[in-house]
Design a protein around this ligand. Sequence first.
Ligand SMILES: [Zn+2]
Ligand SMILES: [Zn+2]
Length: 351
Amino acid sequence: MKALLLKEYGDFVFQEVAEPEVHEGEVLIRVRACGICGSDVHGMDGSTGRRRPPIIMGHEASGVIAEVGEKVSGWNKGDRVTFDSTIYCGSCWFCQRGLINLCDDRRVLGVSCEDYRQHGAFAEYVAVPQRILYRLPEAVSFEHAAMVEAVSVAVHAVERTPISLGDTAVVVGAGMIGLLVVQALRLAGCGNIIAVDLDEGRLKLARRLGADLDLKADGCDVSKEVKDYTRGRGADLALEVVGTSPSVNCAVACLRKGGALTLVGNLKPSVELPLQTVVTRQLTLYGSCASSGEYPACLNLMARGAINVEALISATPPLAEGAMWFKRLYDREPGLMKVILLPWQEKVVSG
Ligand SMILES: [Zn+2]
Ligand SMILES: [Zn+2]
């Protein structure tokens, strides 16, 4: 089969590789769409240590079951599916409690690190265990389904956040996840949603996707604007989707006393925290990691059009062009958001 292989750091080749073996409990999927994740782009130069060549990356995918392995039940050849980006073990202390994102033995598809090498879905076929499969609703196209991981990350973060109907929430960072967080907050019953970013285009999109107010972080005193907007009190909630000292501090400064901050972004391994503000204003901080079983709910929201992913997809080129698109993302081409690679040349039928 053809695959996009990271042969050396920064060097992709589109080449023939062996088809994956289908072990007991697994299915073989003919991949129809696979999104390029920020973690793939950051990983391609070796800086994260989690994409050690040679590796076929790709964990945001969808496709059709091409072959069913032994001891698989309830799934058939031809089923339209997507799958969790993480292969959780299903039996550790955390998995037994449904905290699959915290599994002791989790392997991310398309990742190679010190502990394992798990080839991913930038290929014509990928084999995955049955337990991570999800059926696609008819109304969700393969390209849209490749966005479900990102949607789940946003929905999981919103579910971690203690929201009351009508709350005012600030979202710091209006990149792809931030824009999905804005939409999920609206669905969860927030009254007012304020988007904060440095990029005018993203802020415009945030407004289109449900934010009531947008603030350009370098163009105003963000926390003052938020306080003015909330009669001097501050926002009930903040979600931080960047992960740097300035952005975390901005989120903290926007909160009212007793407010809650959910941390999703983690660009930097550590940041400065205004400890006394957090303590004396009695703030609550939540971490949010990946997602934990939200895929079916997210697919349903997408099928009903309650979450718009189309606005976040920049391009859907063939997998053969993958190297060039990785480079454009790596070079931070302005305005470029999600790129979804299609391993098969024929037009993917939507819907
Ligand atoms: Zn991802
Ligand atoms: Zn586990």
